[in-house]
Design a protein around this ligand. Structure first.
Ligand code: DX5
Ligand code: ZN
Length: 235
């Protein structure tokens, strides 16, 4: 199994986000990259139509995709699930049961984040704290001791294909400064608007994982698009 936590050589992990894929045939959508690269981690967006006005993948789709990948490839990536839902307490068990390695819950959700993180971790699943673009890093800083990673949204959550908001790089830098000054070890992930044009800046600011949807899956050649991001980031 390929480890997706911080790489010792300091390179950044590129994480394909499946939101922009054709949901009727996810295996075909991921085949170009899984056939050509060792992909450590994939990002799955789940939504409730309330926290955001759209819907993502359900745990059954994730389970089917995992099974299909295991039948077609020698190894299967791990899956990180991003719960863009008001009550993650009602969703996370189903995703943990189908093998999610990490579950991200939003700081802005209606459940208590610290208590929920404890429950998720006690099930052996890593827990990530996601924050919306308008949420200041300083408002969630007290919670970070409970989480193994932070997911900084670079766009308004719920939709792929948006441009990254201009303050995202500074937010990553603020998180990286906090992490080193407090001696913490959480991973810093950026989700939304990641492209070749901004990936190096995000990495230089301290990001460990860059989650990319449309930059890969809406490209005319997914293999090239993923490969370009990986080479840019020294992966
Ligand atoms: C958006 C999702 C993202 C989405 C990113 O709310 O959380 O994971 O797939 O898509 P791009 O990379 O197109 O911004
Ligand atoms: Zn996401």
């Amino acid at each position: 199994m390929v480890n997706f936590q911080k790489k010792p050589n300091g390179s950044v992990t590129v994480v394909p986000s499946l939101l922009s894929c054709d949901r009727s045939d996810l295996l075909s959508a991921v085949r170009p990259i899984l056939s050509n690269f060792s992909v450590a981690l994939m990002h799955v967006d789940a939504m409730d139509g309330r926290f955001v006005p759209s819907f993502g993948l359900c745990h059954k789709s994730l389970s089917n995709l995992r099974r299909a990948i295991e039948c077609s490839f020698a190894s299967c990536p791990q899956f990180a699930v991003h719960l863009m839902v008001r009550r993650p307490s009602a969703f996370w068990h189903d995703f943990a049961a189908v093998g999610a390695s990490e579950i991200a819950i939003h700081f802005e959700c209606d459940d208590g984040a610290a208590a929920l993180a404890r429950q998720i971790k006690s099930a052996g699943v890593r827990c990530c704290l996601a924050i919306n673009p308008e949420t200041k890093f300083s408002s969630c800083v007290h919670l970070l001791e409970h989480f193994s990673s932070i997911l900084i949204m670079g766009v308004k959550p719920g939709f792929g294909g948006q441009d990254i908001l201009p303050w995202t790089v500074e937010k990553v830098r603020t998180a990286a400064d906090h992490r080193s000054s407090c001696g913490l070890k959480y991973d810093i992930c950026v989700d939304g608007g990641v492209r070749c044009e901004n990936a190096a800046n995000l990495a230089e600011a301290g990001a460990d994982r860059l989650i990319a949807g449309s930059a890969i899956f809406r490209s005319s050649c997914q293999k090239t698009a993923y490969g370009n991001l990986v080479s840019l980031l020294g992966g």
